[in-house]
Design a binder for this molecule. Structure first.
Ligand SMILES: Cc1cc2nc3c(=O)[nH]c(=O)nc-3n(C[C@H](O)[C@H](O)[C@H](O)COP(=O)(O)OP(=O)(O)OC[C@H]3O[C@@H](n4cnc5c(N)ncnc54)[C@H](O)[C@@H]3O)c2cc1C
Length: 504
């Protein structure tokens, strides 16, 4: 019996392990609810909602082709042992996973288990991430070749072994999780993911490049595919290839003078971000310690002793006294998704203004991001905290961002109703209103809405000085060269202090 172990690849399309296992013989399609992952501090009830929707969809797709999904609860090697005792496993098939330390250690246990029993474990890549990469030179070409390869066909029939026990879908209570009160804007499963992709490529994506940064437009104009990619409801290669088809169509429209403005530029930006996806994941694959430690070790000790629980909690609650920061945090906690620029601002605010070490903030956000992807997440959080040592130090002003991204206060007022009566000219800094204005607008600062947790300019200058005091040292430059060599993009050439683009 062939065991196809579904992990974060909850689809049947472009699924090499499923396709190959089906050719080898009768299969058992397995998903394991792993207590260690579900109990981790990064897992949330909203993740389970998405996961179960995806599993339900996967089971349906398998059934349409004569198969079905078997689910189990437990440590993977124990589950495999139980199955092996009753059914004798001939081979294990799965995708390679670039996950966190828990999945990495689990995979090592599974490898040992298969080796002891002489059961082959066939792993296939599912993105541009390359295992055991020697160095980054030439990586991009390798990734692009992988993306250009034909998609793996969906097996016409899935020959499944009958009479294997399954526990079906496990709910929150079964798993000791709190029910999620979030309204996930993104639904799990292959069908929903394809609908999202199509609506983006043919309808919503036109002004993507212009509208991705403002939270008032990003919910519609961004693809919002990240959770579907993270959980593998679509492969990145499926998306890249659908994008290529769309680009051909758009170029034809351009030739015949029918093309509407915005499309081609937007699709180019989208393409770049899909390659960043793999580029960031490769960083964690190459250096797993960055889940916990600074990418550039010269920043060790920079913030560790300054952690303020009080500041951290106010940030988590969306009560910092900076309206856009608070609105973003509350919106994220309501919907499990926020756009790139606002993620960057949230982290910049916690790491620079509040001078909090990035690790706790990263874990908190991971729990609330439906798309939590360790490879992207920890690298991005570090990039926005100045600890990669190679990226431009970007300290977002929570005041200027209001003027740039939400000048009319539409987003702020939706998520911070305390500010509903505050006129837009005061929304960036409501604490600057006179007492008379505060009374008139029905928002007394310090009572109805918090006073700023820190003073922006003072905090900004202090953070900038502390970061640059390290950054300008020879040892920091030396370490930056090491980081660039290990992780830097080779595409645009790296400037002295690292590349300016978000993607490197
Ligand atoms: C602090 C911080 C943490 C982040 N954590 C995650 C995370 O856990 N999971 C995650 O998928 N993305 C993460 N991102 C990257 C990015 O914000 C999200 O991928 C994006 O906002 C998701 O929305 P979308 O699917 O509409 O993206 P789109 O803009 O439509 O982009 C399409 C896809 O490209 C990839 N992508 C987009 N931007 C980036 C980027 N800057 N770096 C790498 N890949 C990118 C994603 O897979 C995304 O789904 C993080 C960014 C920051 C600043």
């Amino acid at each position: 019996m062939q065991v196809v172990w579904f992990k974060k690849d909850l689809r049947i399309a472009d699924h090499a392990p499923l396709f190959q296992a089906c050719k080898a013989g009768p299969c058992l399609c397995l998903f394991v609810y792993e207590p260690e992952l579900i109990g981790s501090e990064e897992f949330d009830g909203s993740h389970l909602d998405f996961l179960n929707q995806s599993l339900k969809g996967l089971d349906q797709q398998l059934r349409n082709r004569g198969g079905s999904l078997v689910t189990r609860f437990g440590e993977v090697t124990q589950v495999l042992s139980e199955i092996n005792e009753r059914h004798s496993i001939e081979a294990l098939w799965s995708h390679e996973e670039t996950g966190n330390s828990l999945t990495y250690e689990r995979d090592k246990r599974v490898l040992a288990w298969t080796k002891e029993r002489h059961i082959p474990w066939n792993e296939s890549p599912q993105s541009g991430v390359v295992r055991r990469l020697k160095n980054r030179d030439g990586w991009s070409a390798q990734r692009n070749q992988f993306m250009a390869k034909p998609l793996t066909p969906i097996p016409e029939r899935i020959p499944c072994v009958k009479d294997v026990d399954t526990i079906g879908l496990r709910g929150h209570q079964d798993l000791g999780l709190r029910e999620s009160r979030k309204t996930n804007l993104i639904l799990g499963g292959e069908v929903a993911a394809n609908e999202l992709l199509n609506s983006f490529l043919h309808d919503r994506g036109q002004y993507y490049s212009k509208e991705m940064s403002s939270p008032t437009t990003a919910y519609d104009s961004c693809s919002r595919l990240s959770a579907s990619i993270t959980w593998g409801c679509l492969s990145v290669r499926q998306i890249v290839q659908a994008l290529r088809d769309r680009q051909v169509e758009l170029r034809e429209e351009k030739k015949s003078g029918k093309l509407t403005k915005g499309w081609l530029t937007s699709m180019r930006s989208f393409d770049a971000r899909l390659s960043w996806h793999c580029h960031f994941m490769q960083k964690l694959e190459d250096e797993p310690r960055i889940e916990f430690q600074n990418m550039s070790r010269v920043y060790d000790g920079l913030r560790e002793d300054d952690f303020s629980v009080e500041r951290f909690e106010l940030w988590c609650e969306g009560k910092t006294g900076y309206p856009l920061v608070d609105a973003c945090m509350r919106a994220l906690k309501e919907h499990s998704w926020i756009n790139f620029r606002m993620r960057a601002m949230l982290v910049s605010f916690s790491s620079y203004h509040l001078w909090l070490h990035w690790r706790k903030s990263a874990v908190f956000l991971a729990k609330h991001f439906l798309d939590f992807e360790p490879g992207i997440h920890f690298s991005q959080v570090q990039m926005q905290s100045g600890t990669t040592g190679i990226n431009t130090v970007r300290i977002y002003s929570p005041i200027k961002q209001v003027k740039d991204q939400d000048p009319d206060g539409v987003f702020i007022k939706r998520y911070v109703p305390e500010l509903a009566g505050v006129p837009k000219e005061h929304l960036a800094e409501p604490h600057q209103m006179s007492l008379a204005e505060q009374s008139k607008t029905g928002c007394i600062i310090g009572k109805d809405y918090p006073s700023p947790i820190v003073e922006h300019l003072t905090a900004y200058r202090s953070a900038r000085d502390r970061i640059y005091a390290i950054r300008k040292q020879d040892v920091a430059r030396e370490e930056a060269r090491r980081v660039v060599k290990k992780h830097g993009s080779r595409k645009n050439g790296n400037r002295k202090n690292g590349n300016r683009k978000n993607g490197v």
